[in-house]
Ligand binder design. Structure first.
Ligand code: CDP
Ligand code: CDP
Length: 229
């Protein structure tokens, strides 16, 4: 069967990576979490006190950043490595979430990440989620999904996830962080979060994970058919 590129963009915590992982598993595709790359760069900048408002400092720092995805030996899930170290756990913490949208708005950071993301798409059979994947990274993708869910539902979903790992997190701080990130991501100058013209909207507020997979698998079949000649 013909292999395609599937892009999933949208607001924070609406279930993009959950859907992307489901699709990759079902289709035997590679899954790339582009947000993890911005989170890893942010972690590096925090750890090394890089001032991301200083272009020279950013350019110099990025020369020392190597990003890789490697599978977890037990679960097989892809995990983020920064300069050879597994940072999957650290990049999900609030300290990174609080700064990542500022770092991701920096031109040099985006050029650095996008070039690597496009290289990963050299081979088809890829699902990538993020904010600008359908608009900038793979404008030629065969299937583009723009995901959303009601804000209160998104806050609750992310809160549950973070609280399971850290009982100190509060629902107020999660809500504030989601609102701030969505605002910065949608209003930045370079590659703002936008629905690509040819993207299909998926509001999964009332959809279970099984329902959303069933619905989207139909879109995948349609996209493969439409691009097979
Ligand atoms: O999973 P969640 O929705 O919380 O965010 P993420 O996908 O891990 O992305 C973290 C942040 O990285 C976003 O809030 C954006 O600021 C940035 N990002 C981006 O600018 N472009 C992308 N393609 C992916 C993420
Ligand atoms: O990648 P993104 O930030 O858009 O969201 P995610 O990390 O995939 O999903 C955030 C949370 O929502 C996860 O804990 C999922 O299990 C949950 N979720 C859900 O409850 N129902 C769905 N239909 C999709 C995701």
């Amino acid at each position: 069967m013909k292999k395609i590129i599937i892009t999933i963009d949208g607001y924070s915590s609406c279930g993009k990576s959950t859907l992307a992982k489901q699709l990759a598993k079902q289709l035997g595709y590679v899954y790339i979490d582009s947000g993890a790359m911005y989170r890893a760069i942010t972690l590096y900048f925090i750890q090394n006190r890089v001032d991301w408002a200083d272009t020279k400092a950013v350019k110099a720092a990025l020369k020392n950043v190597t990003l890789e995805f490697n599978p977890n030996p037990v679960t097989g899930q892809s995990e983020m490595y920064l300069n050879g170290e597994n940072v999957e756990h650290f990049i999900r913490e609030m300290i990174v979430a609080e700064k990542v949208s500022e770092v991701a708005a920096v031109k040099e950071v985006r050029e650095f990440a996008v070039a690597q993301q496009q290289q990963m798409g050299n081979k088809k059979g890829l699902v990538m989620d993020g904010r600008d994947i359908g608009t900038v990274v793979f404008p030629q993708a065969e299937l583009k999904i723009f995901m959303t869910a009601e804000p209160a539902i998104r806050v609750e979903r992310r809160f549950k996830e973070l609280y399971a790992k850290n009982k100190h997190v509060t629902i107020e701080e999660v809500k504030e962080n989601l609102e701030l990130r969505d605002y910065i991501d949608a209003n930045r100058e370079i590659s703002p979060l936008r629905k690509a013209e040819d993207a299909i909207i998926l509001d999964n507020s009332q959809l279970s994970m099984g329902d959303q997979l069933e619905l989207v698998m139909q879109w995948v079949e349609d996209a493969i058919m439409a691009h097979t000649s």
